[in-house]
Ligand binder design. Sequence first.
Ligand code: ATP
Ligand code: IP8
Length: 260
Amino acid sequence: MIIIKAGGSAITKKSEDFTPNMEVISNLAQEIKEAGRVSILVHGAGSYGHPIAKKYSLGKGYFDDYQLKGFSETRASVSELDSIVLKSLMKNGLTPVKIGTFSNFITSNGRIVEFHKEPLLRAIELGLLPVFTGDLVFDRTRVFSILSGDQIVSYLSRLLKPSRVVFGTDVDGIYTGDPKKENVKLIDTVTEENIKEVFKFAKDTGDASGGMEGKLSEILPIFDMGIEIDVINLTKKGNLAETLRGNVKGTVIKKKNISK
Ligand code: ATP
Ligand code: IP8
């Protein structure tokens, strides 16, 4: 089983609100179809979710009624992006099925405490491609919370123990700093020897779910299970296909002593 997280930085244009990157979405769908081995797709919210979530401070949980407008708008906007992704997958001959994040997850203090897993397990059994999106959910301590696609991937990895997990963003992998802001080097391999150091390089890009820093903290429990995590650039056509063939063009995160 392979789980893919298609980052919002790749499938949307993060600098332009509510703008999908249709080319990336279409390549993603094509390459998933060609590979034929992807079991779950999780995608981020990108410019469909983060700007509104920030505007209404939804990441802080509920503190004022004015946020409710932002809550509705964010959920509607994220659904729009989800529809675009689902349509592209269907156009490429896949049979995706949306597994609603809002309806199936509950968090407490921002962390998943409940997941209604039967729809996911039955979809996998039937041969459908389950699709999740980062979204807003109800939270037992904060009333509501942002649930990132990265946390969903981490949770599902613990539940289903996939053979591999692929995170795709708009940069070539994990660098020694933010490649959009600094002159940095790509880290091609992360093992138990350098993982702590790599954490220091991951920057919170200021989006609503912790940016690369948040992503790495969700990757850590997957790493601890001995599962290979590949962080690749999804905006480059063919990168995902190559990675799924075992020729990773990006950062490979894996414990040294555990074979593939
Ligand atoms: P979304 O949350 O919308 O799904 P995403 O999963 O694609 O987005 P981001 O949270 O936008 O990912 O994080 C990717 C961004 O992190 C890159 O565009 C890059 O500019 C930034 N970044 C910060 N530090 C690093 C680092 N050390 N290595 C690589 N990228 C980094
Ligand atoms: O893009 C965030 O999910 P992510 C969801 O996977 C919202 O981090 C609503 C901003």
